[in-house]
Design a binder for this molecule. Structure first.
Ligand code: GLN
Length: 317
């Protein structure tokens, strides 16, 4: 009789396949600190709704979460501004690169969605309201620690400084939006906070732990509510439609699970009511998403049957 399929076995098969994969994509170099990361790395962690964590590969190695921080920044900003946030940032897929400026002029400085750089810069501006800058970033780190139930999570200051030195494109986006009055604070202040948010470092285990509130319809795994059910649903909807920039449609097609990527090579993916998944492989494809991270999610979705569109369980297959 064949051995039963287990989640741990599925993860191990994926880790083995990804370790041997010849085409690993290219590590981001426009942030010099990220260029130093070893492209051979691959890690994966899955928290299931019963509280178990299954993991493999480099699941305990820290990496720069980069744009995955946009999920946590949005969570914080919705708590502060509520639906008024949507007056300053849209919720449509952009169909353009993560750092694109093209739509901003035609759309009078309002970014398409909170998961492209321009949108996250506006979200950061919202989170700065009523705070000295150090407190605003501190609040975000506190939120992530609370969600992951892990006080050791911190910012990698070297990565933040590295991006600060080379962040001309983000500076252009921020000044352009400031010219339309969409930003309330000084661009340099907003960008300093944004770069630090991107430089939060986490392992796959920590990131999957931090994502559990989205798996749990907005509830904290320790009990109580982090955000309302409707906000959790909206964040997940945006992850599905906008989480991978101009490849969001392709990822929805291939994986069918809401997910957010970052140029550090990480991806956070959520199967509502079922699993919070983090994968990390630093090499990126042409859209700036993790090459093997995307493939690993595709493999996981195939092997488990998990998707937004299939209510079946692993054990029902
Ligand atoms: N810090 C990066 C930037 O602003 C984040 C981009 C990303 O992860 N896609 O360029």
């Amino acid at each position: 009789m064949a051995a039963p399929v287990t989640l741990q076995g599925i993860i191990q098969d994926i880790v083995d396949e990804m370790r041997a994969a010849p085409d690993r994509g290219k590590v981001a170099t426009y942030i010099p600190s990220l260029a130093k990361v070893d492209p051979a790395r691959f890690g994966m962690a899955v928290y299931t709704v019963d509280g178990e964590c299954h993991a493999g590969g480099d699941d305990e190695v820290g990496f720069s979460i980069q744009s995955i921080s946009k999920v946590f920044s949005l969570t914080l900003a919705l708590g502060k501004a509520g639906d008024q946030l949507w007056e300053r940032v849209g919720r449509e897929p952009s169909g353009t690169a993560f750092n694109s400026i093209v739509q901003l002029e035609a759309e009078r400085g309002i970014p398409r969605n909170p998961f492209i750089n321009a949108g996250a810069i506006v979200v950061t501006d919202v989170n700065l309201a009523g705070h000295p800058p150090r407190e605003a970033i501190g609040e975000l780190v506190q939120l992530v620690r609370y969600l992951a139930e892990d006080e050791s999570i911190a910012i990698n200051e070297e990565v933040a400084r590295s991006e600060e030195r080379t962040g001309e494109r983000n500076r252009a986006l921020a000044h352009f939006m400031k010219s339309y009055g969409v930003l309330r604070h000084a661009p340099d202040l907003v960008l300093g906070t944004y770069f630090h948010a991107c430089a939060i470092e986490m392992t796959c285990r920590q990131l999957a732990a931090a994502g559990r509130y989205l798996m749990l319809d907005g509830r904290h795994p320790g009990g109580g509510r982090t955000i309302s059910s409707i906000r959790a649903r909206r964040i997940l909807s945006l992850m599905l439609t906008c989480g991978h920039y101009d490849a969001s449609g392709d990822i929805a097609f291939r994986v069918g699970i809401p997910a957010k990527s970052g140029v550090g090579g990480g991806i956070l993916a959520i199967v509502p009511g079922r699993a919070s998944i983090a994968v990390w492989s630093p090499g990126l494809n042409a859209n700036g998403n993790s090459q093997l991270g995307s493939l690993a999610l595709e493999r996981l979705a195939e092997a488990t049957g998990w998707s937004l569109f299939n209510p079946g369980r692993l054990s029902d297959r």
